[in-house]
Design a protein around this ligand. Structure first.
Ligand code: DX5
Ligand code: ZN
Length: 221
């Protein structure tokens, strides 16, 4: 058994014309979760996909669907994403003034709630919500696009969250998203789950070797 990082390939960097094939390929290659980036062109300057795509992916894979909502007023859409078959629904702390009720609403819908923040937001903004979540996502790029450079100055947020979760006796997982590579992953040892878009789907070798390198980075340096 491998005790390395859990790996969540982001389908943002996959071939959208062959999404089923891509998801099946990363599953076979050892992926643990499938990360789905939802963008609305308002909260972030890019548009991607919505709940219908999650619904189509649901029967394609048994892996948890880890849905990252980069949208304003996510409370308007959580029911759609829950019904579509999301396992984790992560909202941005900056995206609504109803963070607490939205997180509670996600749980009431039978989905695991997650909270995240932009790199420019102080990590303390998450504190009040930590008792309500199963996942804390630390962004190491500005949300909006795949293939950006890893922001090393965000790593200290992981330590802060880890300490707070320990104080709370919470078993919530810590996930990191943005610019994750075999090299940057070595700085993320305190995290549990790594999202990787371009490092997996843009790999020059096989998806399997990219995923294995990321998992093993937990034990390096
Ligand atoms: C960025 C997204 C990421 C993105 C990561 O807004 O949240 O999930 O797909 O892509 P890479 O791994 O290429 O930085
Ligand atoms: Zn993401």
């Amino acid at each position: 058994m491998n005790d390395g990082f859990l790996i969540a390939p982001s389908i943002l960097s996959a071939d959208f014309a062959n999404l089923q094939r891509e998801v099946e390929a990363v599953e076979k290659a050892g992926a643990d979760w499938i990360h789905v980036d939802v963008m609305d062109g308002h909260f972030v300057p890019n548009l991607t996909i919505g709940a219908p795509v999650v619904k189509c992916l649901r029967p394609v894979t048994p892996l948890p669907l880890d849905v990252h909502l980069m949208i304003e007023e996510p409370e308007r859409y959580i029911e759609d994403f829950a019904r579509a078959g999301s396992d984790y629904l992560t909202i941005h702390v900056e995206s609504t003034n109803q963070v607490e009720s939205t997180l509670r609403g996600i749980r009431d819908l039978g989905v695991k709630p997650g909270i995240t923040l932009r790199p420019s937001t102080e990590v303390e903004a998450l504190e009040a919500f930590l008792p309500l979540v199963d996942l804390v996502l630390i962004m190491t790029v500005n949300p909006g696009f795949g293939g950006q450079k890893f922001m090393a100055d965000q790593v200290k947020k992981i330590t802060w969250v880890r300490n707070k979760l320990t104080e709370l006796g919470s078993s919530a997982l810590i996930e990191v998203d943005g610019g994750v590579t075999e090299e940057t992953a070595k700085e993320l040892r305190q995290a549990d789950v790594l999202v990787a878009g371009s490092f997996v789907f843009g790999a020059s070798g096989s998806y399997g070797s990219a995923i294995e390198k990321l998992k093993q980075a937990k034990f390096e340096n």
